[in-house]
Design a protein around this ligand. Structure first.
Ligand code: ATP
Length: 621
């Protein structure tokens, strides 16, 4: 894919959304610790009194691009965060929106919401109406293809949420011409709000969630919903391809607070690990380091272009208003504030021969074949009566041939209509009346937003002029004033030292928290290793173990061990089950299991009990 029209760097835009108090927090009498200046977009995070040291470092201020209050509507979030990016995707830019924050703070609510209730619809479903309205409003000389992909990263494995087997592990690959991509990920072209909503719904049902003490429906994976918009201008013959990534991250969590155990513990370990890599990537980018650890997690690898690359990116940091979540809100706001300094380099992606071109060629070929077949089938049929057996044979053959031609024609017509549906023409209105009205709301909000923006620009201009005025005044002031200016500078330096000390204290604190998390992970891994070792020692004979070790090879691409010839072993030889089929619930007949236990008298020790079930082959004499 060729890229041209380079533009300057653009910073990641960072928004904060504060969730309303939930029932549990109200019941527990939790106090609020967040105060906002919505005019200046500044968040003040107040340290709970029992944690205060009495210094003025106790209150933290964060200036961001925009703050959404607990009463902000879903549509407002869409208008301000997503609508401008969707419009840029139509110009051929890549864009990413990701929701970041502690578990239960409203990431899924903001990204997806309840799409059956219009005012509760999140960013992803609101994008659908916007995209098809944008197509309906564009000129007739433009053609479009809209393609959708949906994946999740669960326990550091990439899974296709729209594929026939969502449990299949997919690999991340990189190619010079297309960059980073997921091999074998399914992509679907869509031609209406209904068809894209159905796909989202299907994907959401495949997502892994769990109920925790912090959230009844907690996402245990990072999900990326991707919409690709290819657009061709028939006058200029120019094709652009814009990609929109909508990312709902799994929430960071303190294991003690969420109360997860078993598999949930392993998930939490993986979630925290990949979020910690995301933080390290943000840190490295902000500090301008030459090495950025994108490869340390699947999430950062897939978001590589969105962070410091070819993309316009917005991040929504979600925070809880409650006192008990001070630590997590502090950490989220600190990273959000840092992310503001990440510079991206978005470019318009121009495609030499895109999907539209490919489909147009196929349509032309199909139409040509079809007209040939129509000509043949419409030729006048001979009305001669069969005089001999040879004639009967000839007529039968001709009829069979005619039938084959008709069948081929029908197949071509079907294929033609499928392909023709994939290309949508500008001006084609594929929206229901209700959807159109909804979008009017959106656009009227957009006008307000434009006014807001020009107001902001005027304000910036005014500030710049004020700064210049101050500069001039400083240059020509008296010695006494110079002295004053020096004092001012000393104050600024002192202020910076104070900020650096604060930053240092924060970092130290965060480091300790990360260490705690890593120790939790470590303990978990050691426990898992002990279990695996125990199982291997008891069930795999030493000579087999050696052979298996010999055939284990570490794959640097996937960062995991692979067993040679594994396709021909054990479970892999079983017939595969289609994931789309409703898997019948597995019933365990416990009675049978109990019956299989050996006689207690015969097996006395735990070791001999395990031996009774051992897979070690018995020695034959
Ligand atoms: N702005 C909001 N207004 C109303 N309800 C909200 C808001 N934000 C979140 N909620 C509610 O809070 C609960 C938790 O939200 P959600 O599941 O979106 O959190 P999450 O950050 O995605 O959590 P996790 O990381 O565990 O998946 C949900 O019941 C959701 O409806």
């Amino acid at each position: 894919m060729e890229e041209n029209h380079p533009r300057g760097a653009n910073n990641v835009r960072v928004y904060v959304r504060i969730r309303p108090f939930n029932e549990r927090e109200v019941k527990e009498g939790n106090k609020g610790i967040i105060v906002c200046d919505y005019e200046e977009n500044v968040v003040l995070l107040k340290k709970p009194p029992e944690k205060c040291t009495g210094k003025d470092l106790d209150n933290k201020y964060f200036k961001l691009d925009y703050i959404f209050s607990p009463t902000s509507a879903q549509l407002d979030v869409y208008r301000i965060v997503a609508a401008p990016l969707v419009e840029q995707v139509f110009d051929g830019y890549n864009a990413t929106i990701f929701a970041y924050g502690q578990t239960g703070t409203g990431k899924t609510f903001t990204m997806t919401g309840n799409y059956q209730v219009s005012e509760l619809r999140g960013i992803i479903p609101n994008t659908f109406t916007h995209i098809f309205t944008q197509i309906a409003n564009s000129s007739e000389d433009r053609s479009f293809i809209v393609k959708v992909m949906y994946l999740e990263i669960y326990n550091e494995e990439v899974r296709d949420l729209l594929g026939s087997d969502p449990n299949k592990k997919l690999q991340i690959k990189e190619r010079k011409d297309i960059g980073i991509y997921v091999k074998d990920l399914s992509g679907f072209t869509v031609d209406s709000v209904e068809s894209i909503t159905q796909l989202m719904d299907r994907g959401n049902k495949n997502r892994i969630t769990r109920s925790t003490m912090m959230n009844n429906v907690s996402s245990r994976s990072h999900a990326i919903f991707t919409i690709v918009v290819e657009s061709k201008n028939r006058h200029t013959n120019k094709t652009t391809v814009g990609k929109l990534n909508l990312v709902d991250l799994a929430g960071s969590e303190r294991i003690k607070k969420t109360g997860v155990t078993g598999e949930g513990l392993r998930e939490a370990g993986n979630i925290n690990q990949s979020l910690s890599t995301l933080s390290n990537v943000i840190q490295a980018l902000v500090e301008g380091k030459s090495f950025v650890p994108y490869r340390n997690s699947k999430l950062t690898r897939l978001l590589q272009d969105s962070l410091g690359g070819n993309s316009k990116t917005s991040m929504i940091a979600m925070v809880s208003p409650a006192e008990q979540d001070y630590e997590e809100s502090h950490s989220t706001l600190r990273y959000a504030h840092k992310a503001k300094y990440i510079k991206n380099y978005a470019k318009i992606n121009v495609e030499e021969s895109g999907l539209i071109e490919h489909f147009e060629q196929e349509i032309a070929e199909l139409q040509q074949k079809l007209s040939l077949l129509t000509m043949v089938s419409e030729q006048p049929k001979s009305r001669k009566k069969a005089k001999s057996e040879l004639d009967v044979e000839k007529i039968k053959k001709a009829e069979a041939e005619m039938e084959r031609i008709e069948h081929e024609k029908r197949e071509l017509e079907d294929r033609l209509s499928i392909i023709q549906k994939k290309i949508i023409c500008g001006g084609e209105n594929l929206l229901e009346k209700a959807q159109q009205q909804e979008f009017l709301l959106l656009t009227s909000g957009q006008e307000l937003e434009n006014l807001d923006r020009s107001h902001q620009q005027l304000e910036e201009q005014y500030n710049r002029m004020t700064e210049e005025k101050i500069d001039i005044e400083e240059k020509y002031s008296s010695l006494q004033e110079e002295d004053g200016a020096l004092n001012k500078k000393i104050k600024v330096v002192q202020e910076r030292i104070k900020e650096a000390k604060e930053e240092y204290a924060d970092k130290e604190h965060e480091y300790q928290r990360d260490m705690e998390g890593l120790n939790d992970n470590n303990r978990l891994l050691v426990r898992e290793m002990q279990l695996s070792n125990l199982m291997i020692d008891y069930y795999i004979p030493a000579e087999y173990k050696k052979v298996i070790q010999q055939y284990c090879i570490f794959n640097n691409d996937t960062q995991e061990y692979q067993l040679q010839g594994v396709a021909y072993t054990g479970n892999n030889m079983r017939k595969r089950q289609m994931a789309s089929e409703e898997a019948p619930a597995v019933k365990f007949e416990m009675k049978q299991v109990y019956h299989k236990y050996p006689d207690k008298k015969k097996v006395t020790s735990k070791r001999s009990l395990l031996k009774a079930y051992s897979a070690v082959p018995k020695q034959t004499r």
